[in-house]
Design a protein around this ligand. Structure first.
Ligand code: ADP
Ligand code: MG
Length: 349
């Protein structure tokens, strides 16, 4: 009896020591975290730094980007460009100009699978809003005629953008969060931070390694499971991982799912046989545009495109529960969900 009590006390003492050790290590690494609702999604920042102010600076910058680029704010720069469609060019900040220029670059690269002039279709479907509905074929045809990235007029000297036809509308929802993640990283780095992770609604950006020197371990969302359930884990150092999927925003009618990634050629939510597409690379703006684009392109064309781009890797999940990896990510992906099978396009791990 006495022995047991003594044992319990000893255990308690050891536990106390362990707890104080944990608290100490946590303090020396000064983990600062913040959670905000921004850009229509949840944003989390985890920064290893003694200064708390750097998080505020970063969040402020994200808010600024949202106010410039949200298509839902009529007074944002994108709102002003859309308001002047068919009428005049609008002078804008270098921020918005660069994002539009980059968006058009990825439109060209993907032959229009990514198209920031998708606005009229996005508004027509209203997916994710209380006005979501299935439009008529006539309505889709009418909106489709306005969707064409090649019509956007950029004037570099004036730093202005013009949409030549009335009714046209830019929507940077497929790329602005990537830019925001890049900007968050730039600010953290400029403030001397060497270890951080930023999550903008599932768009992950890592800075450096974890404080213990190991790679960040990032779960790839299970497209069919509840939020924060994973198909597998990837290891990242100083890279970004961005996923586009049919599970983010959607509505269902008659057992059919209508989701928010639209095919600019058909005007309907993309049905390419993919449940999700994840892009892993350095720049989140590239990852964001490309994840949306390859989701539309589907496995074969998406895989071909990504393998042709240096420094860019991808994870495709198909609707028959198979996972396809580009060559450069095979060694860094660990399957954790046995319902899925890694195919590796014929290569062996
Ligand atoms: P998420 O917003 O869930 O991270 P994406 O990055 O794939 O997902 O972006 C989807 C958003 O991009 C849509 O909500 C819409 O605003 C816009 N969008 C939809 N289809 C396209 C497309 N084919 N090209 C460019 N942008 C698109
Ligand atoms: Mg995207």
């Amino acid at each position: 009896m006495v022995y047991v009590r003594f044992g319990a006390r000893l255990l308690a003492a050891v536990l106390m020591l362990a707890v104080s050790y944990l608290v100490l290590t946590a303090c020396s690494q000064s983990e600062q975290t913040a959670e905000e609702y921004l850009m229509g999604t949840y944003v989390t920042l985890k920064v290893y730094s003694p200064q708390a102010a750097v998080i505020e600076k970063t969040v402020e910058r994200l808010r600024e980007i949202e106010n410039l680029m949200s298509a839902n704010l009529p007074e944002s720069e994108v709102g002003l460009i859309n308001g002047a469609a068919g009428k005049s060019a609008v002078k804008i900040s270098s921020d918005t100009f660069n994002v539009i220029e980059t968006a058009l670059y990825y439109s060209q690269l993907t032959n229009g699978a990514f198209d920031p002039t998708i606005g009229p279709l996005v508004n027509l479907w209203g997916i994710g809003t209380d006005k979501a509905r299935i439009p008529s074929n006539k309505e889709i045809e009418r909106s489709l005629r306005l969707v064409d990235y090649r019509t956007v007029i950029l004037d570099k000297e004036q730093q202005s953008v013009k949409l030549p036809y009335a009714g046209q509308a830019l929507d940077l929802g497929g790329i602005a969060k990537g830019y925001a993640a890049d900007e968050a990283k730039r600010i953290l780095k400029a403030n001397g931070i060497t270890s951080a992770i930023v999550n903008i609604g599932g768009n992950i950006m890592t800075l450096g390694t974890r404080p213990d020197g190991n790679p960040w371990r990032i779960g790839v969302q299970d497209p069919l499971g509840p939020r924060n359930s994973y198909i597998g884990i990837i290891q990242l150092i100083d890279e970004t991982a961005v996923t586009s999927g049919n599970y983010e925003r959607y509505f269902e009618i008659g057992g059919k799912r209508y989701h928010h990634i639209l095919n600019p050629f058909t005007g309907y939510p993309s049905r390419s046989g993919l449940l999700s597409a994840t892009i892993i690379t350095k720049r989140s703006i590239a990852a964001d545009a490309l994840s949306t684009a390859v989701y539309v392109l589907g496995l074969d064309r998406g895989m071909e495109l990504v393998e042709s781009l240096p420094g860019i890797e991808a994870i495709f999940v198909t609707d028959d529960f198979k996972i396809y990896l580009t060559k450069g990510i095979i060694q860094r992906f660990d399957l954790t969900n046995p319902e899925y099978k890694v195919e590796n396009s014929g290569q062996n791990k």
